[in-house]
Write a protein that binds this ligand. Sequence first.
Ligand code: ADP
Ligand code: MG
Length: 588
Amino acid sequence: MARNTYYQDETVRPEINIKQIAKMMKYVYPFRKVMTFVVISMLASVVISLLPPLVIKAVTEKVIPNADYSLMAKLVTALVGIGIADIGVNFIAQYFAGSTGQKIIFNIREDVYSNLMKLPFDFFDSRPAGKIVVRTTNYVDQMATFFSNTLVNFIVCIMRIVVVLVFMLFLNPILTLVVLASLVPLLASLEVIRHFSRKRMRRLTAKISNRSAFLVESIMGAKEIKSFNRKDYNAGIYEDLQNDVCREYIGYVKVSELMTIAFETLWNVGSMCLYAVAIYLINERPDLVTAGTLIAFLSYMSMVFEPFNTLSMVLQQLAEVSSKMELVLEIRDTPSDITEKENAVELKNPQGVIDFEDVTFGYEPDTNVLEHFSLHVKEGSSIALVGPTGSGKTTVINMLTRFYDVKEGSVKIDGTDVRDMTLHSLRSEVGVVMQDPFMFKGKIIENIRYGKIGATDEECIAAAKKIHADKFIEKLPEGYYTEIGERGDGLSAGEKQLISFARIILKDPKIFIFDEATSAVDSETEAIIQKSLDKIIEGRTSFMVAHRLSTIRKADKILYIFNKGIAEQGTHEELIEKKGLYHELVNL
Ligand SMILES: Nc1ncnc2c1ncn2[C@@H]1O[C@H](COP(=O)(O)OP(=O)(O)O)[C@@H](O)[C@H]1O
Ligand SMILES: [Mg+2]
């Protein structure tokens, strides 16, 4: 599978992808009324902006030759009125466009987040967290601008061009043709420049994403960076990544500036042509063009040039947003490979009989970790999994919790395939304590409450007491209300494990899984945990991956996982008797 890192650019296609934009329109549809209102207001603003040049025309034609001051006063008042109306209409349009854009993006964000939590683990394995963060924050923000601004601008530009051109044609067809002719070189050169600018933008985006990936990785690995003396070395890497961003940014700015230069130059050339033709006509054919018309036309010309410039900018934004949309939509649309069937059943009060039937599984398509793995577990019995690192113990558990689905065969609880159950009910009845449990930033009691939404403080404390975690918690400055850092900084590994035990006790599942859950606690604490656990798991089915003999030997059945399956199984005594792999392990 493709694995991306901070030094590999995440590539996207630069084209405007109509399909994707159409997909996004689904989010705009509920707001079609307010969007229509915005477009109409913008149209009104376009029409209003046609008026001032006419006023100026009247000034040159009527006020100046006749020194008509009373008309002048009226025209000035009209200009002020027009100005106020234009500002008002624009304000209303911008307000609604902006707030609607935010509402649209709110829904997109929600969809992205809810799917993010359903994505297959492989999605997270395949790219750095920083790049996923950039996608769900920066890119989505840029899409917000698209919906509140770009989209409306696009429609308004087209309207503006059409309205102004029609008006100009009506006013003076000859001068309109001159303006149209001068648009051709402008559009051609803008298109060429934008082609390069798009390329630059794409590279810049990838570099920014790389930098974020490295940054997030550095924050998560801060301790390792310090302890392995990588501080300066990593600062060097960051500097390189920064330089990449700067270089691409400067390149992008250079190309973008070319655009301003081209626009200004061609605009000047265009207006010179307009002057030349108009002055010639004013002298030769005053019936066709007047000085007032020329002045009005200079304004109208900018009214056409400007939206063309905006339009090509909008098209560029569209291309940029479209390429980022692809990355955001990937998060939204990547199907979870662990899905629920439509007629999935609830796993209610299970007895806890578990069957692995001829299970074959591998993380990669061409290598299997387990092959033809079969196992029957009686209700309420305890299973210990032992075997070398990487032999597949955690994988066996991943099948039962349905973190991954089997390739072949099936895993059943009380005779029902786990794939036929609702995920919620399955995960409510199967509880896992992992080797390296994750702690969330906040109070200890909140971290225990993770086991059961809405549990009272008393329930949380009772759970902690059952596993004797209260001993260390009560010694902390603020007891259960002590704040711990992200990932549980401020606690020892063993203490984190105790908290995760309390979580699972609070959750109270029928099937318990402990995956090297006591590897970080000292033997004395482990003995205490073991005693409490014996009571807790009584009558429940349990799986335990452990290394300490004291934990393993009491299990009803011990499985020695090796070579893609069960190499040996039996009770401690039976396996010792057998003098095989387990015996060897114990003697070590
Ligand atoms: N997410 C993963 N992607 C690819 N390979 C994996 C993944 N998780 C585990 N493996 C591989 O599967 C094999 C079994 O791993 P695991 O079940 O975790 O072993 P253990 O017995 O130590 O718990 C190992 O070779 C490991 O490298
Ligand atoms: Mg493991």
